[in-house]
Design a protein around this ligand. Structure first.
Ligand code: SAM
Length: 246
């Protein structure tokens, strides 16, 4: 039986390309946890921004390909070596995607506006000095500037342009990225949100957020009430603080 997600031994690598790490695994776990919903969602176009080694986009393809043949997959990265390594990873798993070397999605924005049904992003989110953001090579994989938000904040409006009416968006964040604020930015654009996966490692407190478009203000209020990000996030913070002080 073929594997449902990418196999690490088949993931290509290069010293200038981000290796799959806890954040990549958490994002793929979130997609795995949402697999049935993704299949019922019947996406036609799925995309990853910042594909690195190709571990995440390859896993997404493998997760959906048997039930949903004919989906178009795209992946972008600013790092040309990452684009090449992603192609190698895809090939090693016998699957296909268009891999484009571009800043966020700039060369695709017009052509794909309003048509991406599933977007996945594990952005450079580590808080760093501002001048480390966008540097060439491996530093661009993690350097996120103040609060780790420099690249994330540039990505959000692009994702909004690209997503279709039924678009879903999965985003990796750290608590230091102020995820509640990210949810409020997206709420203003008409998206509800929830935490799909939360994981605390020695170094970081990861949250995988899922956003989806909501048709009108009333439904947005409903969707963001009981199981809202705010209530989920407060629970998460309390359990995190408890662990810290234990
Ligand atoms: C944290 S790594 C994630 C890699 C891979 N998706 C994973 O989860 O293992 C972030 C990736 O985003 C890419 N990146 C950084 N800034 C970008 C930008 N402005 N546009 C597109 N990709 C970018 C980096 O080169 C890197 O490959």
């Amino acid at each position: 039986m073929s594997s449902r997600i990418a196999e690490i031994r088949l993931v290509s690598s290069h010293r200038e390309v981000y290796e799959p790490c806890d954040d990549s695994f958490a994002l793929v776990d979130a997609l795995l946890a949402d697999r049935i919903n993704l299949i019922e969602h019947k996406p036609k176009i799925c995309m990853e921004i910042g594909c690195g080694s190709g571990y995440v986009i390859t896993s997404l393809i493998l997760l959906l390909k048997n039930e949903l043949p004919g989906v178009h997959y795209l992946a972008t990265d600013t790092n040309p070596i990452a684009a090449r390594v992603t192609q190698e990873t895809l090939q090693a798993h016998g699957v296909e995607a268009d891999v484009i070397c571009t800043d966020i999605a700039s060369v695709l924005e017009k052509r794909l506006a309003g048509s991406v049904d599933v977007m996945v992003v594990n952005p450079p989110y580590v808080p760093t000095p501002e001048d480390e953001v966008g540097m060439e090579g491996i530093a661009s994989a993690w350097a996120g500037g103040e609060n780790g938000r420099r690249v994330i904040d540039r990505m959000l409006p692009v994702v909004d342009v690209l997503l279709s009416e039924k678009g879903w968006f999965y985003l990796v964040t750290l608590t230091s990225n102020c995820p509640l604020e990210i949810c409020l930015v997206m709420r203003k654009k008409g998206y509800a949100s929830r935490i799909v996966v939360q994981r605390s490692t020695d170094e970081e407190n990861l949250l995988i957020l899922k956003f989806w478009r909501v048709k009108d203000e009333e439904s947005l209020d409903k969707e963001t009430s009981s199981e809202s990000f705010v209530s989920q996030f407060s629970r998460y913070l309390s359990s995190f603080m408890e662990k810290r002080w234990r």
